[in-house]
Write a protein that binds this ligand. Structure first.
Ligand code: ATP
Length: 191
């Protein structure tokens, strides 16, 4: 993860008729974490999608010098398959280990994905993201639907990722406890 970098230089995002932000610059090195804050609709998810390479910035440049894993509201798990099979599909593709027991998923492997609760689905999405083994984690509202214990676990998993040289960007209007976290308020980049 040593040469890994995630940088955005003077990026702007126009969606429809609305300029969400402009002149936004950020840079993250191994071990660093950033929380993107802002009220609903200010552009947190849009920024995450731009950093992930799923959307082009209207202007400016993004530099990604390593693999990226994205966690958002779409877990990309086949709703008709049992959770174990849906995760095994990604494990074959990605090759990494998923901490199923730690995430409390080991007892749910026979349950079809569509029957999982909101929090269980989020924990499954976390497992999938971890299994990707990517140095950069982009997490869009990772705490939505999690109970207090699962919130603490998610914070711990991100802390461990950064402690081992990973990079994390967390977009959330909720508090995310992480020592050394930096903050970027999208509203500061509204024209
Ligand atoms: N495809 C689109 N075309 C036009 N406008 C869009 C599109 N997708 C999102 N928007 C608008 O862009 C704005 C920012 O959306 P975004 O999802 O990035 O905000 P957010 O800060 O993540 O919000 P929330 O906290 O509610 O998740 C919103 O006003 C939204 O309606």
């Amino acid at each position: 993860m040593e040469g890994c970098r995630l940088q955005a230089h003077e990026i702007a995002c126009l969606r429809g008729e609305r300029l969400l932000f402009r002149g936004l610059t950020l840079g993250l090195k191994p071990g660093e974490a950033l929380q993107v804050t802002g009220a609903n609709g200010t552009g947190k998810s849009s920024l995450i999608r731009i950093l992930a390479g799923l959307m082009r910035p209207t202007s400016g440049q993004v530099i990604r010098r390593c693999d990226i894993a994205l966690l958002d509201e779409r877990p990309a798990l086949d709703p008709d398959r049992p959770l174990g099979e849906a995760l095994a599909f990604w494990q074959r593709m990605d090759g990494g280990e998923m901490p199923l027991e730690r995430l409390g998923l080991d007892g749910l492997l026979d349950v079809p994905v569509r029957y999982l609760s909101t929090g269980q689905t989020k924990r499954a999405a976390l497992a999938r993201m971890i299994g990707q083994g990517a140095p950069v984690w982009l997490l869009d509202e990772p705490l939505n639907g999690l109970d207090a214990d699962a919130v603490t676990l998610a914070e711990k998993l991100v802390a461990e990722h950064c402690a081992s040289g990973g990079i994390a960007v967390v977009a959330s209007h909720q508090a995310f406890a992480l020592r050394g976290m930096r903050y970027l308020a999208v509203e500061d980049y509204v024209s």
